[in-house]
Design a protein around this ligand. Structure first.
Ligand code: NAD
Length: 294
């Protein structure tokens, strides 16, 4: 299917990634069907999309008319039947393999045989997920970055069976959504997380071993290496549970002890100090500016 033939996009999972994907797809003139297991998540997503579009209007990057048109292109799907007629379905539900497998089973029953199936998974094998469907050739990874309306990249991951036409259609679709693409083969962590997470984990080791403090480690990487955020600040932004789970995927999937998660990262997660979303991680977000917790 050429990418220009993609007119209707289903998004399953209306959390922080799903709402961002629906947002950029609607702004790219696509007809969007948004589905979540929890109907209130779709309502919340629509409110978030509205607010984020308001911000873009106030910055002048989107016109008020485009905002209205984009919101008008997003339809709540009450169930899988609401995805009928989709040319592609992008799954952005909770990062659990059995959830994603069950979603694709229901999607397949609702869409036509040419519909492309894409997943936004951060770490689950595209090849394995695709093999569990009736169309491994039309199955692909579309790994967006958070926040989706702001971040310019989509990492496109081909499973071993993904065909060239599917890759071409999805790369074209990402371009229509205003994103650059970087092609990755299907190995644990793909590219961005394979490189980023060991750096964050090493920053936690640097803290754990007392080589630097939270502030000095972040300062070193910001001012010395020109990173926009320090690695510990970034870890808090991503979520320390997410960082830990990606390190575990790298360790298990690549069987190399260089990917062992730092015990201090494990301890923060066990404490529930998961970063910004929990109000506390390497920084305490109850004060302004956030204060280092060690
Ligand atoms: P989230 O928790 O914000 O949203 C997940 C949504 O999935 C929730 O609304 C939940 O109700 C819904 N859901 C759960 N089970 C479902 C089901 N069976 N059917 C339909 N909906 C269901 O999570 P998120 O951060 O948006 O992550 C979603 C996916 O995107 C994950 O695979 C994650 O690995 C990936 N991802 C996340 C980030 C990030 O920075 N957060 C970046 C790239 C990729």
């Amino acid at each position: 299917m050429p990418d220009a033939a993609i007119q209707r996009v289903g998004v399953v999972g209306a959390g922080q990634m799903g709402n961002g994907i629906a947002h950029v797809a609607a702004l790219a003139d696509l007809d969007v069907r948004l589905l979540d297991a929890k109907p209130e998540a779709v309502e919340k997503a629509l409110a978030t999309i509205g607010k984020n579009l308001d911000r873009q209007v106030s910055k002048g990057s989107v016109t008020a008319a485009d905002r209205e048109a984009a919101l008008g292109r997003i339809t709540k799907a009450r169930d899988y039947a609401g995805l009928a007629g989709c040319d592609i379905v992008i799954e952005a539900a909770t990062e659990r393999e059995e959830i994603k497998r069950a979603i694709f089973k229901s999607v397949i029953a609702a869409v036509g045989p040419d519909c492309i199936l894409a997943t936004n998974t951060s770490s689950i094998s595209i090849t394995r997920l695709g093999a569990g469907t009736d169309r491994p050739g039309k199955f692909i990874g579309m790994h967006f970055f958070n926040p989706v309306p702001v971040m310019k990249l989509v990492e496109v991951i081909r499973g071993i069976a993904t065909d060239d036409a599917t890759y071409a259609a999805v790369a074209g679709l990402a371009a229509r959504m205003g994103k650059a693409t970087a092609l990755a083969e299907d190995f644990p962590g793909f590219m961005a997380n394979r490189i980023l997470m060991p750096m964050i984990n090493e920053a936690v080791y640097t803290l754990y071993e007392g080589v630097g403090t939270i502030s000095s480690i972040d300062c070193a990487m910001k001012l010395g290496c020109n990173h926009p955020m320090g690695p510990l600040e970034l870890a808090d932004f991503i979520g320390l549970d997410t960082c830990l789970s990606i390190m575990q995927v790298l360790l298990e999937g690549l069987s190399d002890t260089k990917y062992r998660p730092c015990p201090l990262l494990v301890k923060y997660v066990e404490a529930g100090w998961l970063g910004r979303k929990a109000g506390r991680g390497f920084y305490d977000y109850s004060v302004t500016p956030p204060r280092p917790t060690r």
